[in-house]
Design a binder for this molecule. Structure first.
Ligand SMILES: NC(=O)c1ccc[n+]([C@@H]2O[C@H](COP(=O)([O-])OP(=O)(O)OC[C@H]3O[C@@H](n4cnc5c(N)ncnc54)[C@H](OP(=O)(O)O)[C@@H]3O)[C@@H](O)[C@H]2O)c1
Length: 253
């Protein structure tokens, strides 16, 4: 009864902890990470780090390790691994449970400009120089080299590669959660005029959204890529996994 969780999010970790806590007889759980973060917070189960070698590699691993259910609990913006999960589950003939937390919804007072990707986000900053917070992780800051002239503050868990940074960008290393009060103080202290973020959803990084609203600061919001059908909560993921692991009789077949 081997479950493989493709992780890298708080929800993935929470799901792994819940499954471990259930201590089901014969259950084996593997939590998988890409290996982007040097000191990730890990659940208390088997952990494997590094890519599988595409959808084919993942399907091969699933077969070799007798995985019964594949869970894609990766970040809503981690597109490639989610596509691989979909293909690999089909090829290996195992059920796929996709867990994706809901995106943030615009509220009264929010000054969001929605954009489809980071190139469009860079474009949306316009020609007038501004003090910009890039709260988008470290991997895609290079998109803002196309919009020089702004004063960028990059906040990320791991340092971006120096060559990827827009000229003159400052880097601040920090790991959430960030609450609203702290984010208000942070935005004010750094004189931030625009926040750029992905619509990641979740509570851990919502503080900057609430703080920007309170301070009247515009937000360039990168909207989510389309993804496969998904459940939105750890609870629903647990239920779906349970159904897949249940015998045909329990499923009423
Ligand atoms: N993108 C974001 O904004 C973001 C934010 C927070 C956390 N994360 C987390 O960071 C990780 C990488 O994100 P990404 O956007 O770089 O992914 P990606 O572009 O979708 O994936 C790139 C490659 O990384 C490997 N990979 C990704 N996630 C993996 C996992 N959980 N376990 C094993 N291999 C994995 C796969 O390599 P192979 O093809 O060789 O298998 C995949 O093809 C994910 O775990 C994601 O949940 C991403």
């Amino acid at each position: 009864m081997h479950i493989l969780i493709l992780g890298g999010t708080g929800e993935a970790r929470a799901l792994a902890e819940r499954l471990t806590g259930q201590r089901l007889a014969g259950q084996r759980l593997t939590y998988s990470l890409a290996g982007r973060t040097r000191a990730p917070v890990l659940p208390d189960c088997d952990v494997r780090v590094g890519g599988f070698g595409g959808a084919g590699g993942l399907a091969g691993w699933i077969a070799a390790e007798a995985v019964r259910v594949l869970v894609d609990a990766t970040h809503p913006f981690a597109r490639r691994i989610s596509e691989n999960a979909l293909t690999a589950a089909r090829v290996a003939g195992v059920p796929l449970v996709t867990l994706r937390r809901p995106g943030w919804k615009r509220e009264a007072g929010d000054r969001w400009t929605g954009v489809p990707d980071l190139a469009a986000a860079a474009d949306a900053l316009g020609g007038v120089p501004k003090r910009v917070l890039l709260a988008i992780g470290r991997q895609e800051v290079g998109a803002f080299r196309a919009a020089p002239g702004h004063r960028y503050l990059v906040r990320s868990i791991e340092p971006p590669e120096a060559g990827a940074l827009p000229d003159g960008a400052e880097v601040l290393l920090a790991r959430g959660p960030f609450d609203e009060a702290a984010e208000r103080a942070f935005l004010a202290r750094h004189g931030i005029e625009v926040v750029v973020t992905k619509n990641s959803g979740g509570d851990a990084t919502y503080g900057k959204i609430a703080a920007a609203r309170a301070l009247g600061i515009p937000v360039v919001m990168v909207e989510r890529p389309a993804g496969p059908e998904a459940v939105e909560t750890v609870e629903d993921a647990l239920a779906a996994i349970g159904r897949h692991l249940a015998g045909p009789a329990e499923r009423g077949e």
